[in-house]
Design a protein around this ligand. Structure first.
Ligand code: KG4
Ligand code: ZN
Length: 357
């Protein structure tokens, strides 16, 4: 492919230059990193013209988690209809699209490859620039859609099923890592705790719901101590919860599921929110943003609202539909990558363990 793709990329860079000059681009974004096949049309990084999400959750729930092979097969089936629906809801055809963006990592390799292969084929066939997007950067960028006036710098707490970081967003696409989990991601911790309580996958949202009926002070959970000032860990909390439930089961006693859920959620939320606030105050940030699936947790949203008000910080929280996986956030991140002329060639590959920083 060498010379041929090289010249293709140069032609795409010329096209990108015209878009950069106008600072205008209508982007078709594709996301298939885990168990949602999603496509969206986003104009200028902030205006969502359509956003389609085909969730595979019911398909994986019977296995208690995402089965990678099943996920890939379902993405293959869904990606084309989902893209067509995104175009149709935006009243556009492919000819109206300026560039094509795709999540190339992190995520499940087989799942990512479906989106990457599809996007490459489309970009080549339609002669449109191809923009590679980091999924985690997508989560952060959901805030640009939800808050059109938002500009970096700000501090962002990213809490999803696979990632848990506190970063300073220095500029578009430029991050400083402040803190992170030492073990499980926040969503993973919620899902594991939910599983112990026999809640179906993905347990996070169900645990959130159940905890509304419980007493957050009912269960004494260990105080988590980590040496990194903005780092955190969930494994101690998770083990304490598992031990407590097993002990009750062994004694044949009733499991106060709502109280356990509420206590666990309270402990996780306190940890995450305290660390995020500390990072913001230490770094002199005025704005704190939430991102990732766990950002839709009602307890986290309430705690952050309370603490940010206390400390005079501006809090940004995308609506829950923009917190969990979607392609609109990918289209937003892609716009800022495009403006920096960061395009992919046709040899773009999936990067399952791609990092943000
Ligand atoms: O960001 P996301 O949709 O996918 C990844 O990139 O991982 O996050 C999914 C994670 C799952 O672990 C899910 O249980 C969790 O976010 N989650 C929640 C809530 N909604 C989604 N966890 C706690 N409370 C919620 N309301
Ligand atoms: Zn995600």
């Amino acid at each position: 492919m060498g010379e041929r793709t090289g010249s293709w990329l140069s032609e795409m860079e010329r096209r990108a230059d015209a878009l950069i000059e106008r600072r205008h681009a209508v982007i078709l974004a594709i996301e298939s990193s885990c168990d949602e096949t999603a496509a969206a049309i986003v104009a200028d990084g902030r205006e969502v013209r359509s956003s389609i999400i085909a969730s595979q959750i019911p398909l994986h729930a019977m296995y208690g988690g995402v089965v990678p092979e099943i996920a890939s097969r379902k993405h293959v089936e869904s990606v084309d209809p989902v893209v067509r629906e995104a175009l149709s809801q935006a009243n556009l055809t492919l000819a109206d699209v300026d560039a094509i963006a795709v999540t190339y990592g992190p995520g499940l390799v087989g799942a990512l490859l479906v989106g990457v292969a599809y996007a490459k084929a489309l970009a080549y066939a339609e002669n449109k620039p191809l923009i590679p997007v980091n999924h985690i950067e997508g989560h952060v960028s959901a805030n640009y859609i939800a808050h059109p006036d938002l500009e970096p710098p700000f501090v962002c707490l990213i809490a999803s099923g696979g990632h848990s970081h506190i970063v300073r967003v220095d500029d578009y696409g430029a991050y400083t890592l402040l803190g992170q989990t030492m073990d499980d991601a926040a969503g993973e911790a919620f899902d594991k705790a939910a599983r112990v309580l026999n809640l179906p996958y993905p347990g996070g949202p169900l645990l959130d719901k159940l905890s509304k009926e419980g007493n957050p002070m009912a269960l004494q959970l260990p105080h988590v101590k980590i040496s990194g000032r903005y780092d955190y860990s969930f494994s101690g909390l998770k083990t304490a919860l598992i031990n407590r439930v097993h002990a009750l089961r062994q004694k044949g006693e009733d499991i106060p599921a709502a109280d356990i859920a509420a206590s666990f959620q309270h402990a996780v939320v306190e940890l995450l929110s305290d660390k995020a606030i500390l990072a913001a105050l230490d770094t002199g940030a005025e704005t704190v943003a939430l991102a990732g699936g766990v950002a839709s947790n009602s307890g986290l949203r309430a705690a952050m609202a309370r603490k940010c008000e206390q400390h005079g910080l501006r809090l940004l929280m995308p609506p829950p539909i923009l917190c969990t996986d979607n392609a609109a956030m990918i289209g937003s991140a892609a716009y800022y990558r495009l403006m920096k002329r960061e395009l992919a060639d046709l040899d773009l590959n999936a990067c399952p363990s791609l990092r943000l920083v």
